[in-house]
Design a binder for this molecule. Structure first.
Ligand code: NAD
Length: 297
């Protein structure tokens, strides 16, 4: 049986580690917040991240941002200096591609293979084990990781070399943000002109404007059950996380000198929304309020 070290047991990492335990893996867990370790039933809490890295086959991290990942792997007591030879490293956090490449290069210098494997699917996907993994790194390393990744998610894509998983993730989330803003704008225009948001949504779903938010994540309250718009935009994918991902998309575009006017506009609209409505901890579909502020009350 494979032994796995898992660091970062927050909203995403906790249920991901839990699914690995349920699949029969021995999982050593660590988080700076102690009670998150005992929340992973069947996991073995560790005193430090370094302890998590010893005597394992696969090390997985799920952390907030690039600086945390760099410090965890590449710092003075970094994981790349603690692991046994042959340990496979997988970072599932959403971070900038440049840091992912830098940390992977440092791991290779220590004869360790590392994958960047950010995810899509949110906390619901983490709970259900249905995440999509976008993987950057050596194909052989991905094949070595595949069985473990498939416990946490059904779709595992090889995007390319180190950092490519993170590039795929920022492209996807930039497109998602643009689609959500455009959908909220079109729905507001229809309602302002006397249409019912549900009727308009059905028409657009079956027409050339159809898209993912319309199909499964409608931002207009009253159109769909079991989505954040149906519960005051609580839960779901936070505005704070979307603005973080759009920031990563802007950084990535700067590095490649790519022009991303739609992404930049979407980022600024989410920023205005966050500040105007104190919406950072609401689901990102609450961008509907920017177009229909009366929905807030
Ligand atoms: P979170 O803040 O809930 O969890 C992060 C955890 O990392 C925290 O428990 C924190 O204590 C821990 N941590 C930070 N530094 C640490 C260290 N040095 N050692 C040990 N533990 C440490 O965040 P989350 O929602 O679980 O997101 C994690 C990552 O997944 C982020 O990069 C995020 O962008 C990405 N992501 C989140 C979602 C989502 O819907 N929440 C969806 C897709 C991707």
């Amino acid at each position: 049986m494979k032994c796995i070290g898992f660091v970062g047991l927050g909203n995403m990492g906790g249920p991901m580690a839990g699914n690995l335990v349920n699949a029969g893996y021995e999982v050593k867990v660590f988080d700076l917040v102690t009670n998150l370790m005992s929340a992973v039933a069947g996991g073995t809490p560790q005193a430090t991240a370094a302890d998590t890295a010893k005597g394992i086959d696969v090390f997985i991290s799920m952390l907030p941002a690039g600086r945390h990942v760099d410090a965890l792997y590449n710092g003075e007591d970094g994981i790349i200096h603690q692991c046994d030879p042959g340990t496979l490293l997988i970072d599932c956090s959403t971070i900038d591609p440049a840091t992912a490449q830098k940390v992977a290069a440092a791991a290779f210098d220590c004869d360790l293979n590392m994958l960047d494997a950010p995810v899509s699917g949110g906390t619901a996907g983490a709970d259900a084990g249905t995440l999509t993994f976008m993987v950057g790194g050596k194909r052989e390393a991905l094949e070595q990781a595949r069985a473990v990744l498939e416990v946490m998610g059904g779709n595992v894509f090889h995007a390319g070399d180190c950092g490519a998983g993170q590039v795929a993730k920022v492209c996807n989330n930039m497109l998602l943000a643009i689609q959500m803003v455009g959908t909220a704008e079109a729905l507001a225009l229809g309602v302002d002109n006397g249409l019912d948001a549900g009727v308009l949504s059905e028409i657009m779903k079956q027409s050339s404007g159809g898209n993912w938010p319309l199909n499964v994540y409608n931002p207009y309250p009253g159109v769909m059950a079991d989505v954040p718009a149906a519960r005051g935009y609580s839960g779901g994918f936070l505005v704070d996380l979307m603005t973080k991902d759009l920031g990563l998309a802007m950084e990535t575009a700067d590095q490649s000198r790519s022009s991303v006017p739609m992404g930049a506009l979407a980022k600024n609209l989410f920023r205005v929304h966050e500040q105007l409505h104190g919406a950072g901890r609401l689901d990102f579909s609450s961008i509907q309020w920017l177009y229909k502020p009366e929905l807030k009350s």
